[in-house]
Write a new protein. Sequence first.
Length: 249
Amino acid sequence: MSDSPTRVLHAEGLVKTHYGESGPTHAVRGVNLSVAQGEFIAVTGPSGAGKSTLLHLLSGLQQPDHGSIWLDGQCTDTWREGRWAVERRKRIGIVFQFFNLVSNLSVADNVELPALLAGMSPKQARSQREELLAELGIVGKDRNMPGELSGGEQQRVALARALVNHPPLLLADEPAGSLDSKGTREVMRLLSRFHERGQTIVLVTHNARLASAADRVISFFDGRIADDAQLDSAPSRKTGTSAVLELKD
Ligand code: ADP
């Protein structure tokens, strides 16, 4: 815990149980995690392992039953929903599987909205939007509605929206999960490009091949971190069984 101030994100002892119709589900059962600036971490594991729940906890979209989260060294224990919403806008970009764009707002407005909400001037928001969409290869579609774009294009707009406030942390939950192989390659290439420029990324995916784009892979199994490995030459930091990460689609 002593190093938490230097981390973009630090979590200790996270526990989350969902109470559904079929009884309690222990989705996250005690997770400690530190994310250093500039890391590209993939959290992988089978469906139902608790990956999305973990991401929801890390972004304040759900509250843990136990445990604490620090963002840039700041403890979030006392943050309620409203505070999380404000802090998320500045500090965390989030991309989901189904894009979550506002369907009755244009592409331009979807990207500019979080910037305006965070207090950016309209002029600055527009220039940020133009820059990001050009960078992401969405040209001449600013006035289109999201439904008029392909899945891959919508996900790139979602990425622009997530990055418009230059958040220190980008969280992506199965960002290629609803895309064809071309769209998947596009999104992964863009994530890698932003990472190369220093963007800190935590990517949740059940697809171990996509996970291999990251430089650190956390295998999640049954609500716990089963393995935590650097993908370069650094030795694996094993915390349990490593049998979870099978390289298959
Ligand atoms: P993953 O992302 O690895 O597929 P999830 O975090 O989505 O895993 O789900 C973990 C477990 O928690 C699953 O058994 C899932 O059905 C359950 N779960 C997730 N969200 C809820 C919820 N809101 N209510 C009840 N159960 C849930």
